[in-house]
Design a protein around this ligand. Structure first.
Ligand code: NAD
Length: 499
């Protein structure tokens, strides 16, 4: 799969993290290589874990759960989380460099994501201090009834390769805030930053065993986490197919699950849109991160009156995108993460052509570059039932469709099994709200795209997932509600009557 190889001595060794210790794979001692997508060269050697490592990590997480971490109050956890945020910012250059090398993400985008990581820990520090139970009024004069949020327990966090540290922070920050402990399985393509977070958490005061990282492959490590009886909740981000397998496996132990899955998000450009703003938003929606984002605005639905002008503008902008090394500050689009993804994206392009979509620009491999690059690609004359309009490509490929009426636009937008995100471009405030209400998507952006906050819930309808991350809402996913009834009259009740 790789074009060249570094000498073994030049590879960085990245041990996994179990119970505060840097360790190799317990049973096999086997390793695999992490590959730099821009050079196609292995750069790091990582333990190839299995069930034995997951067992050890879960045991460590359970011990930390009932041990030191359970003795830390919400206020104490908040102090630790704020310190993590500071340390993440202190180490931003190191973390962003690792992320860019491992995933091929642009260095400046990786830096921006690391600042988000710090924001997430700051925000959840606040929630660690403020999330409370409730006192429940009931029909019983002589009962005090209240609820408590109890940590759900050991969390298995399984993450993909496209935004490795940020998507991990979306799980680790609320889990720690709620008092949980964690076993992480990073993607085998991008294990570096999950491992680099370990020493930061330890320095901030997270006890040994509360954050463990088991590296390896999905069918071994990921599957072992989802099926483990000692794991109370699985927080998964990845593809829909894997998410369904994760859900099936977790349910055998009634393990709680949240699933953040794929998408085929639509950008709807109405005739009353600001054309320049819409053009910019569509470019951002599909080409940032080389299209490897779950919320990629991979379907453009445009009013027929704007179609030709908008498509011409998009083609001009797409052709001008500077493709190259993720670490070059001039680069606007880097490589895809690996050879498998590269081949898959090219196959999606070939299928779209075979099915009759018109290739308006791109579609090939840019010349003169070594990594897994694909040109920014735009298809027009797309029929809503074509694969390119229905299947997640996870690459820089835009499918353009025309509509005549608002109803038609809504119908087209809702015409996939997914429901992660959507963008509406219209200067008519009535229409913007009307369409936002009609769209079946977990996030709807109006006259913007790809805005995030740790305070704003994020997740999908339909095949885009189950549950929400971020915001106050996610704290429920990391806790169990306990209801406590206290009899205050000191009376004895009729044992044979419910009242
Ligand atoms: P993937 O499903 O192949 O892998 C995700 C993770 O699951 C990896 O760590 C992988 O090793 C692990 N895994 C694989 N098989 C497993 C199994 N049987 N049991 C448990 N774990 C297993 O996804 P990917 O290719 O790494 O990431 C791309 C996908 O992620 C896209 O579909 C994208 O839309 C989705 N994604 C969704 C969101 C969101 O928030 N909704 C965000 C980013 C990415």
């Amino acid at each position: 799969m790789t074009a060249n190889k570094l000498a073994d001595s030049q590879l960085v060794t990245l041990p996994m993290l179990i119970d505060g210790k840097a360790v190799p794979a317990a049973d096999s001692g086997r390793t695999f290589d992490s590959v730099d997508p821009a050079s196609q060269m292995p750069w790091a050697r990582v333990p190839d874990g299995d069930v034995a490592d997951v067992d050890a990590a879960v045991a460590a997480a359970r011990a930390a759960l009932t041990g030191p971490w359970s003795q830390t109050t919400g206020f104490g956890r908040a102090r630790v989380l704020r310190r993590i945020a500071e340390l993440v910012m202190r180490d931003i250059d190191h973390l962003a460099g690792l992320e860019a090398r491992d995933s091929g993400r642009l260095l400046r985008d990786a830096e921006a994501q690391i600042t988000f990581v710090a924001d997430w820990f700051q925000y959840f520090a606040g929630l660690a201090e403020t999330v409370t139970g409730q006192t429940i009024p009931t029909d019983h004069l002589d009962m005090l009834v209240y609820t408590e949020a109890v940590p759900v327990g050991v969390v298995g966090a399984i993450v993909p390769w496209n935004a490795p540290l940020l998507l991990l922070a979306w799980k680790v920050a609320p889990a720690l805030a709620a008092g949980c402990t964690i076993v992480v399985k990073p993607s085998d393509y991008t294990p570096a930053t999950a491992l680099a977070l370990g020493p930061i958490l330890a320095e901030a005061g997270v006890p040994d065993g509360a954050y463990n990282v088991v590296t390896g492959f999905g069918p071994a490590v990921g599957q072992a986490i989802t099926a483990h009886p000692g794991v109370n909740k699985v927080a998964f981000t990845g593809s829909t197919a894997t998410g369904i397998a994760v859900g099936k496996s977790a349910v055998t132990n009634l393990t709680r699950v949240t699933l953040e899955l794929g998408g085929k998000s639509a950008q709807l450009v109405f005739e009353d849109a600001d054309p320049e703003a819409a053009l910019n938003g569509v470019i951002n929606g599909i080409f940032i991160g080389t299209g490897q984002t779950c919320i990629a605005g991979s379907r453009l639905l445009v009013h027929e009156s704007l179609h030709d002008e908008l498509v011409a503008g998009l083609i001009a902008r797409a052709k001008a995108i500077r493709i190259g090394s993720p670490t070059d500050t001039n680069t606007q689009m880097g490589p895809l993460v690996n050879g498998i993804q590269h081949a898959a994206v090219l196959e999606h392009i070939a299928v779209a052509r075979r099915q009759g979509a018109t290739l308006a620009c791109g579609g090939g491999i840019p010349e003169g570059l070594t990594g897994w690059y694909v040109e920014p690609t735009i298809f027009t004359d797309v029929h809503p039932e074509m694969d390119i309009a229905q299947k997640e490509v996870f690459g820089p490929v835009l499918a353009v469709m025309k509509f005549r009426t608002e109803e038609e636009a809504i119908e087209l937008a809702n015409n996939t099994k997914f429901g992660l995100a959507a963008g509406i471009w219209s200067q008519n405030v009535h229409r913007a709200h009307r369409v936002a209400r009609a769209l079946r998507a977990g996030t709807v952006w109006v006259n913007t795209y790809r805005a995030y906050s740790p305070a704003a819930p994020f997740g999908g309808f339909g095949h885009s997932g189950i549950g929400r991350e971020n915001g106050l809402e996610v704290m429920r996913a990391y806790s169990e509600t306990k209801t406590v009834w206290v009899e205050t009259a000191g009376a004895t009740r009729d044992p044979f009557s419910i009242r």
